[in-house]
Write a protein that binds this ligand. Structure first.
Ligand SMILES: C[S@@+](CC[C@H](N)C(=O)[O-])C[C@H]1O[C@@H](n2cnc3c(N)ncnc32)[C@H](O)[C@@H]1O
Length: 263
């Protein structure tokens, strides 16, 4: 079995229990030292073979998979959640083409970790009910489909999480303030560097101040930028928890419960 495991944002206690179990039972581990702190490997058995993908191509990684029997416990450890910018699709296609069993073990994405550090909900009623995950087109610019750039998506005015873009703050701000953007220079923004890791930094700012903030932080990697009005305090309270709002699990105006434990 090849397990694509989300390592979480970096703190050793933010990997899932399932992910930690897969690492503890691994025969082979492939991990990216450039993205995943070494502390995540502490539970890997000394008998396991460990490869650092930072120096490997996709072909090198696939050769590791091909060299072990299908029942070997292989863990491919990805930062955050593997489904976001994890480049797992091409590995999964190889598994399908080669009849190799695989699973995906989800992880805590830096998206959730950054929101936690910022101390904000990303979906505030009446303010933002959509979260857009994107990035600047980069050296792999041809991988950016038209209409999915920060500039294009800024028109929605939703909460935006910008990955992989810390090295180009001026370009990012130009996109956030594009002609069709619903943001303006006063729109709240938050820069989170190394969420959950040693050296964690969080700075709340505005789109107008964002480039200067990012430049003064000097972080070019492991940085997530959150943008949107939901990042400011205030907003409408949720109807779901209003006393006069009934639903299948709660009658209207019940003054507290005796126990919240499952029956
Ligand atoms: C290759 S992507 C992987 C994203 C990952 N799959 C996830 O779910 O967080 C790497 C980018 O994720 C973001 N990132 C990953 N870990 C982070 C952290 N601990 N703090 C802030 N940003 C992080 C940064 O934007 C970084 O450039």
């Amino acid at each position: 079995m090849i397990s694509f495991v989300g390592a979480g944002p970096g703190a050793a206690d933010l990997i899932t229990v399932r992910g930690r179990d897969r690492l503890a039972a691994a025969d082979v581990v492939v991990w990216a030292s450039s993205l995943v702190p070494a502390v995540l490997l502490e539970g890997v058995p000394p008998t396991a073979t460990v490869h650092d993908s930072a120096t490997m191509t996709l072909e090198d990684v696939l050769a590791v998979y091909a060299a072990v029997p299908p029942d070997a416990a292989v863990v491919r450890l990805h930062s955050g959640d593997p489904c976001l910018y994890g480049a797992i699709h091409e590995q999964i296609d190889w598994c399908l083409a080669n009849d190799r069993p695989f699973e995906i073990v989800p992880g805590v994405s830096s998206l959730g970790a950054a929101a936690a550090v910022a101390g904000r909900e990303l979906t505030v009623p009446g303010v933002a009910q959509a979260v857009v995950v994107t990035r600047l087109g980069g050296r792999t610019n041809d991988s950016m489909p038209p209409g999915q750039t920060p500039a294009a998506l800024a028109a929605a005015g939703a909460t935006m999480a910008v990955f992989l873009s810390a090295a180009r703050p001026t370009e990012l701000v130009a996109e956030l303030l594009s002609a069709t953007s619903a943001y303006d220079e006063h729109t709240p923004a938050c820069v989170v560097v190394r969420a959950s890791q040693p050296g964690e930094r969080v700075v709340t700012t505005t789109v107008g101040e964002l480039a200067g903030t990012m430049e003064s932080l000097g972080a070019r990697t492991t940085t997530l930028v959150l943008v949107g009005p939901a990042l400011a305090a205030g907003g409408r309270r949720s109807r779901l928890y209003a006393p006069d709002f009934a639903h299948a699990h709660r009658r209207r105006s019940v003054p507290g419960t005796t126990s919240g434990r499952p029956a």
